[in-house]
Design a binder for this molecule. Structure first.
Ligand code: WTA
Length: 651
């Protein structure tokens, strides 16, 4: 293996399995062959404006746009001069069709309660709540902060904001009061929406209490609307706090969707930056609307009779795009589940799939690794034969986890769509189109039509096939972020300044000889061992392929001789953490990918620190591995106690 120049990354992973789309699937698919996909991709790449412009006719326009794109790097204006409304496209547009009485949203609460909303009913609720917001003085451009459990009212609130042209900022219901206040202040939020409590593993999360604390430090918030979810008492502050049911009972039924300029801001979603303060990623209405609709239809090959279930929380971008806006713009039926996957037992997801006959299931690798750890028996208790398509998002999926998903959940007949995208990209950027593109475990395969990626070195030059480098997107796309809230300089600096005329995703990737993309991890996570730049996912995947390993995280720590030594954190499916196992795992990695990547330290741990959306926080592990104090933003940590525990478990 040659020593590489800066920006390039060595690959050590060999994965040669290929799974073509099953013929029964391809025959009925919207895009049913590689040739059809390639033709579509080539035509789109040749003229992206024509491509997106012709698709935009699928949205309802109060006023037609004059120009598809005005691009003054890095500022994009899509569908210039047009007026539309995403709430209209998600609801009203279906009311003049047979879908009016179709189930839009089927919801199940953690305790097992359930509610279903047809498009007509959802429209009714959204109109009423939009009137509630109006009554509280919410106007176009105002920011509404939403801190709620996964209940239908969360989606209703988002659609109500969009209806008026107000901007929602959804804050995941697991965040602390501090995190809510930071986000409220950064966004200048005017109204807060919350619930009394939320259910999580049978416990009540004190949402209103957190909000009370946050609002003491959020001077811009004048009103707070509280949904009664569990019914236990909460403090209500006279004049500021209102019950959701009181306000909606008084609200008129009709509320026309505002005719809004294409570039009207739709939402802010905070995501943690690698340094310090979380950044508010800003998305605007029309381009995002079109992008999530089309990616939803293409990637999930959605058919009207399907039930689609995305397990992501609406508090992160996957929930925004594929629990709310994508499926509803496409007129789909989706399942929304409030609670934990292991409540009342580890079979809950499979029980839900059986009960609602779910056809398309979209989840995260962290969940898949948990299912594997919990054991196959939980799956075997349920009839999950309704499934026809599976998806993953959020992290790379280790090939062994992919194989389990394929065999155990997909019964070797459901294609798997491994979807690569980001909060910043608004929707799916690379993924198999399931009827067209053969899959390879661990690869997100190919770009969506209209998306033109490249892999470059740190000077911006494309690297040869097979070589790892920085992943960039070379042309604007309608779902792209329009900036960082209140900080356009940071937007330009972070995404558009390092590689000329390209969007820098912040991930490393390689493209193989077949044009398949393999995400190798975040740029900051690269390990530099004796002059070789190694990616985290490859070492982790080698470890996960050992029968006793459930999860693994690989990080670098300073080493005088090698530059960096490889430290790994491992959780086990079974067996005891012993020195013998440690030796065995080292030998296993050496055998799978070579001596170069053999871990220097192996630490066993009960759990890995993760972000709220389930990503392993390698940055923190790196500090632990090198004995440094924890720095930077940790508000997205799933469980602070894991950090302390890891420290005490040090060798
Ligand atoms: C990672 C989630 C590998 C990646 C939609 C990206 C992935 C970051 C994949 C964005 C995937 C997401 N394979 N890595 N299929 N999907 N990532 O903003 O590092 O929460 O940059 O958006 O997750 O995470 P975010």
């Amino acid at each position: 293996m040659a020593k590489q120049a800066g920006g390039q990354i060595d690959t050590v992973m060999q994965e040669s399995r290929v799974f073509p789309p099953p013929s029964e699937f391809a025959e009925r698919a919207q895009i049913g062959s590689m040739a059809a996909y390639e033709k579509m991709w080539r035509e789109a790449a040749a003229d992206i404006e024509r491509f997106w412009g012709s698709l935009a006719g699928e949205l309802h326009w109060f006023r037609p746009f004059e120009k598809v794109l005005e691009w003054h790097e890095p500022d994009a204006n899509w569908f210039v001069g047009g007026q539309t409304n995403i709430s209209y496209n998600c609801l009203d547009a279906h009311l003049t069709t047979w879908r009016k009485n179709k189930a839009a949203l089927i919801w199940e609460g953690e305790p097992g309660d359930s509610r279903t909303f047809t498009y007509q009913q959802l429209h009714h609720e959204v109109c009423k709540f939009a009137n509630v917001l109006k009554k509280l003085g919410v106007q176009q451009g105002d920011v509404v902060s939403i801190y709620m459990p996964m209940v239908p009212e969360l989606a209703i609130a988002m659609l109500a904001c969009a209806r008026l042209g107000a901007i929602h900022s959804v804050i995941f219901a697991g965040f602390s009061a501090e995190a809510i206040a930071d986000r409220n202040n950064d966004a200048g939020a005017k109204v807060q929406l919350t619930a009394d409590y939320g259910w999580r593993r049978g416990q009540e999360l004190p949402l209103k209490k957190n909000v009370d604390e946050a609002l003491d430090k959020s001077p811009t918030v004048k009103h707070c609307v509280v949904l009664k979810r569990t019914g236990n008492p909460v403090h209500m502050q006279e004049g500021r706090d209102h019950w959701w049911h009181d306000l909606t009972a008084q609200a008129p039924n009709d509320c026309a969707a505002e005719s809004l300029d294409s570039e009207t801001p739709l939402f802010i979603l905070y995501t943690s930056g690698s340094t310090g303060k979380p950044k508010g990623i800003k998305h605007t209405a029309a381009g995002y609307n079109l992008f999530v609709k089309k990616t939803f239809e293409w990637v999930f090959d959605y058919r009207d009779e399907d039930i689609f279930w995305c397990t992501a929380d609406i508090g992160w971008v996957t929930g925004h795009s594929y629990c709310v806006y994508g499926p509803l713009s496409a007129g789909a039926t989706m399942l929304l589940y409030e609670g934990a996957p292991n409540w009342p037992d580890e079979g809950r997801f499979w029980q839900l799939i059986e009960k609602y006959r779910v056809n398309i299931f979209y989840t995260a690798p962290t969940a898949i690794r948990a299912f594997i750890k919990w054991g196959d028996a939980w799956v075997d208790r349920h009839d999950i034969s309704s499934l026809r398509l599976l998806g993953t998002v959020g992290e790379g999926i280790n090939p062994e986890a992919w194989m389990w998903y394929h065999r155990k959940i997909g019964r070797e007949r459901c294609p798997i769509v491994d979807t690569w995208w980001q909060t910043e990209t608004g929707g799916i950027m690379m993924s198999p189109l399931p009827g067209a593109i053969p899959t390879k475990p661990g690869s997100c395969t190919k770009p969506i039509p209209g998306i033109i990626p490249a892999i470059v070195d740190s000077s911006g030059k494309p690297v040869p096939p097979g070589q790892g480098g920085w992943l960039v997107i070379t042309k604007p796309w309608p779902g792209m972020l329009r900036g960082i809230w209140g900080d356009q300089d940071r937007y330009r600096e972070q995404y558009w300044s390092k590689v000329p005329h390209s969007y820098l995703a912040g991930d490393n990737a390689r493209c193989d000889a077949d044009g398949y993309y393999w995400i190798m991890g975040r740029i900051d996570d690269v390990l530099n061992v004796a002059g070789h730049r190694l990616s985290t996912i490859e070492i982790e995947s080698a470890l996960v392929s050992h029968p006793q390993v459930a999860e693994a995280a690989a990080v670098g720590r300073p080493d005088e001789i090698k530059g960096e030594a490889v430290a790994v954190f491992v959780t086990l499916k079974n067996g005891e953490p012993t020195d013998a196992l440690r030796k065995e795992l080292k030998a296993h990695v050496r055998k799978e990918i070579g001596a170069l990547a053999q871990p220097d330290d192996i630490r066993f741990t009960g759990a890995l620190p993760k972000t709220r959306s389930g990503k392993i926080m390698r940055r923190l592990l790196k500090d632990i591995a090198s004995g440094k104090a924890t720095v930077g933003d940790t508000t997205t940590l799933e469980d602070y106690s894991i950090l302390a525990k890891l420290r005490s478990e040090e060798e």
